[in-house]
Design a protein around this ligand. Structure first.
Ligand code: ADP
Ligand code: ZN
Ligand code: ZN
Length: 732
């Protein structure tokens, strides 16, 4: 009897670094889910493969409880990608597999897409004059909203129209004026299809070059200056992919970028789109995932974790703004979606386009060495030209509330002409410091090595690192004085200053605080596009990909932050950021201007920015990296540790280092000394890190694999929370 049982390796969500062997009385398909007993619990796992023998004796092997899928929910390409990712990032396989699954599938539910209920007007409803509903304002609002949208609206959309939309719908249905129907997805957009613009010669050759690679693995680095029409290149390639009946997976760094891109896809193609990002509820996420994996969505658009979404007919992967740090997951399973995308394309044997105006130095080096095909779009489309960049020497200018006189004048000139401006400031809140002007005391976070930020509207002091919140201190705890004031500017303060300087201007603040409410960002962006805003002030949320045709001025308020940062990538980040924000200026027919307030106008980074010289900057930065032995010339892994007691994390790292030395990792793998993290204490925990550096990947990973396994078993490691970060992008 026992002989007829087969042994399968199952990835189960546990923090252990291996798959587990189980017996099954029936044949299981790799990539299908099963329920298995695990300790005293039952877990949902994924079949990785069949084995002929187990390391466990036969009598210790357990039976699976129940198969959950008749067929694989992960195709072999994705299954092998997950295995690769678990090995490469040295993360437990079961957790990696779980990351790739929508929560409902982790729980064992069936992979079926559920529809959305859409409301629309009946013929009788269409005949109603909304004015007759003056006494029932909610019904009137709902009726009017439905009248403008032919395809219908769902409950959530209607809730934005009126707070009492549910009751209003009920009343309208009772009158026979509205009815509901099921659709698989909410229609993304209604409106006319737009034809593609005539591509310029650079775009044409870019599209042709990429199309030549269809049907096989080929990575492209599409370097196009801001406004050069990269998105049109994606669209041109995707058109062919769709024509072949294949699917395109498009990754964007931020959920805030999806509406804009979805709009462009939906206006160009009548192809079903599946959206995958953190703003969805679990039902929506499952539906999108199922439509992608069943091949019913032709375009799959999502943020980081969408890179694992199975596709029935994969044809192309696009990673937009490939340089963006948010492609790297910063906790748990710390993968880089950009790098995973390339590995995935290799497994699917399809092209992958990494697009950016400011490519990462890693990708640039890959392109220079021929591993990626470099495609350049050196000019803006049409008549748009690159903006003029001017440095404002703050050593000579006296700013008022962070705004220098030339910047205020430039803003006034835009207001006069009815053009829009963007002010960029990488700091939310009112002021980053709350200080006693008598004795110099500044309000600290009790749990972090950081100062509290004053939030004036909330009337609170907040820690931006741990989220702690407290009342604004009115009496100095150090000298008992009452001479406390804000120091420095955040977006909230600049917004206030703008209201004072330009009382008639319509100002939109765009940062994490002002867009926390669901839909708030979309609404703000809509106002900007509709010309209902004159000045936008915001954080890096503004830098990413948005296309605001009427913006002709970009002001950068605190450019120097990051000029001399501690992270070896500070300079690269700053350059990318300023170039991206600057790229928002003058994208249409009106020329743009960028004003940078700086105390270091002589810095070479600014000279390169003024020339829009990405390659000049990259040359300089790559040389620096080569000399200092940092990526892309070496490969890094960071062992991080944290503990509530001071010193414990460092002590753990010293022991981990001693263990590593015993493994004699070879001379190419260098272990630096354990050091406190740049911000040692955060959220009440002391943090430290140990950097491992290697000129080559293979010996590094061979060493890491052994090291991590031994660390998971080491007694000394049990008291400390630790994690390994392969290819870290944020050294904090
Ligand atoms: P990028 O992605 O490089 O920032 P986009 O593709 O968003 O650039 O293009 C910038 C603007 O130029 C968009 O408004 C787009 O519609 C327009 N555009 C792009 N290519 C062309 C073209 N060949 N002809 C006319 N307009 C174009
Ligand atoms: Zn004081
Ligand atoms: Zn804090």
């Amino acid at each position: 009897m026992v002989a007829s049982l087969r042994i399968y390796q199952i990835a189960v969500p546990t923090p252990l670094y291996r798959a587990f062997d189980y017996l099954a009385p029936v044949a299981l398909t790799p990539g299908a889910r099963v329920r298995v007993p695990f300790g005293r619990r039952e877990l949902v796992g994924v079949v990785m493969g069949e084995v002929t023998q187990s390391e466990l004796p036969a009598n210790r092997l357990k039976n699976i409880t129940q198969p959950l899928d008749d067929s694989a929910i992960f195709p072999p390409s994705v299954l092998s990608l997950l295995q690769w990712a678990a090995d490469y990032y040295h993360h437990p396989l079961g957790e990696v597999v779980h990351t790739a699954l929508p929560v409902y599938l982790r729980q064992g539910r069936a992979p079926v897409a559920s529809g959305v209920k859409l409301w629309s007007l009946t013929p009788a409803g269409k005949a109603v004059d909304p004015q007759t509903l003056k006494r029932a304002p909610a019904q009137k609002q709902v009726l009017e909203a439905l009248a403008t949208d032919g395809e219908g609206l769902d409950a959530e959309q209607l809730a934005k129209v009126s707070q009492r939309s549910a009751a209003a719908l009920k009343a309208l249905r009772a009158k026979g004026w509205v009815s509901s129907h099921q659709r698989e997805t909410r229609p993304v957009i209604s409106g006319d299809l737009q034809t593609a613009p005539e591509l310029n010669p650079d775009q044409k050759s870019a599209v042709a070059g990429i199309l030549a690679g269809l049907g096989g693995f080929r990575p492209f680095l599409l370097h196009g200056v801001t406004g050069s029409g990269k998105t049109e290149v994606y669209l041109g390639v995707i058109e062919q992919v769709l024509a072949q009946g294949k699917q395109a997976l498009v990754l964007v760094p931020e959920i805030s970028l999806t509406p804009q891109l979805v709009g462009r896809f939906a206006r160009r193609f009548r192809a079903p789109i599946a959206l995958l990002h953190s703003g969805l509820n679990e039902q929506e996420r499952l539906s999108a995932w199922v439509r992608a994996s069943a091949g019913r969505a032709s375009i799959v658009l999502g943020t980081r974790s969408a890179v694992f979404t199975p596709l029935m007919h994969p044809g192309l992967i696009v990673v937009d703004e490939e340089h963006d740090a948010s492609y790297k997951q910063q906790d748990g399973f710390r993968y880089s979606a950009r790098d995973v995308a390339v590995m995935r394309a290799a497994r699917e044997k399809i092209p992958v386009i990494l697009g950016s105006a400011t490519p990462s130095l890693e990708s640039l080096k890959n392109a220079r060495q021929g591993a990626y095909t470099l495609i350049e779009l050196p000019e803006r489309t049409g008549t748009a030209v690159m903006p003029q960049v001017r440095l404002l020497d703050m050593r000579r200018l006296k700013p008022s509330e962070g705004l220098s006189l030339p910047l205020r004048e430039a803003l006034a000139a835009r207001l006069e002409k009815g053009e829009q401006s963007i002010l960029f400031l990488n700091r939310r809140g009112f002021s980053p410091v709350w200080m006693c002007f008598d004795c110099g005391w500044v309000a600290p976070c009790k749990r972090c090595d950081a100062q509290l930020t004053l939030h004036n509207r909330k009337q609170k002091l907040l820690c931006h690192h741990c989220g702690a919140e407290q009342e604004v201190v009115k009496v100095c705890p150090s000298c008992q004085g009452v001479n406390l004031h804000p120091l420095g500017e955040g977006t909230e303060r600049v917004e206030g200053a703008l209201e004072k300087f330009f009382p008639r201007a319509r100002i939109e603040r765009i940062d994490r605080d002002s867009t926390a409410r669901r839909g708030a960002l979309e609404e703000k962006l809509r106002r900007v596009h509709a010309g209902e805003a004159d000045i936008l002030v915001g954080t890096q949320m503004l830098s990413k990909g948005h296309d605001f045709p009427n913006v002709t001025l970009v002001g950068i308020l605190n450019a120097d932050q990051g000029l001399y940062g501690t992270d070896f990538r500070s300079g690269e980040r700053l350059f990318q950021l300023i170039m991206q924000v600057s790229g928002r200026a003058g994208r249409a027919d009106k020329p743009g201007e960028v004003l940078i307030q700086t105390w270091h106008p002589e810095h070479p980074l600014f000279a390169a920015l003024q020339r829009h010289d990405f390659h000049g900057f990259a040359e300089f930065a790559l040389n620096e990296r080569r000399e200092t032995g940092y990526p892309p010339y070496t490969h890094l892994a960071l062992l991080r540790a944290e503990a509530p007691a001071p010193g414990a994390a460092l002590e753990f790292l010293r022991a981990a280092r001693a263990l590593a030395v015993q493994l004699s990792p070879g001379k190419d793998v260098q272990l630096l000394s354990p050091a406190p993290a740049p911000m040692e204490r955060r959220a009440g925990r002391y943090r430290a890190q140990l950097l491992v550096q290697s000129g080559q990947r293979a010996p590094l990973h061979e060493f890491l694999a052994q090291w991590v396994r031994q660390l998971t078993e080491a007694k000394f490691a049990r008291k400390t929370r630790w994690s390994l970060d392969v290819d870290p992008v944020d050294m904090y």
